[in-house]
Design a protein around this ligand. Structure first.
Ligand code: FES
Length: 164
């Protein structure tokens, strides 16, 4: 059993996940999903570890699978994961001004996923299946309907106050 050394990854958690699904190639996606859920992203060390623990896999194969599927993030996600829907209904009803308001409030640059303090990550997603509530923003699975720039700024202000 591997103990933690210089790495911040708790490999015992990964062992538990591999054991719970079974150390088989065919379970790789499920294992990666659970690892991502646990760490909020797929750390490089975790992918290497999984690649050495399952017969028939290599770290390179695991990395290849992880980069192929859009559901996997190789970058740390923030404590607050913000998703702005930019599907057609949300776009038409003003998702872009809402997105820009969030970027401005968080001081997040184009192409940047997570704020420097690790508190927020921001991404656009396609239709969330709640078009009647457009434009929709989701923060850690909570759905915020009919968002406006002002409303989203208030929500972020509230989070900042709670985190202060
Ligand atoms: S387009 Fe945004 S929920 Fe459908």
């Amino acid at each position: 059993m591997t103990t933690q050394s210089a790495s911040k990854i708790d490999f015992s958690k990964i062992d538990e996940i591999i054991q719970s699904y079974g150390a088989k190639k065919s379970n790789l996606i499920a294992i990666l999903q659970k690892v991502q859920e646990t760490f909020r992203y797929l750390p490089e060390d975790a992918m290497i570890y999984i690649g050495t623990k399952i017969d028939g896999l290599s770290p390179a194969t695991v990395y290849g699978v992880a980069t192929f599927y859009a559901q996997f993030s190789l970058e740390p996600k923030g404590k607050y994961e913000i998703k702005v829907c930019d599907g057609t209904a949300c776009h038409v009803r003003g998702s872009m001004p809402v997105l820009n308001a969030i970027k401005a409030r968080l001081n997040i640059k184009s192409g940047q996923l997570t704020t420097d303090d690790g508190l927020f990550s921001l991404e656009t997603v396609s239709c969330l299946g709640a078009c009647g509530l457009a434009p929709v923003v989701v923060i850690n699975e909570k759905v915020y309907p009919q968002m406006t720039s002002d409303a989203v700024k208030l929500i972020l202000d509230t989070i900042f106050q709670e985190e202060a």
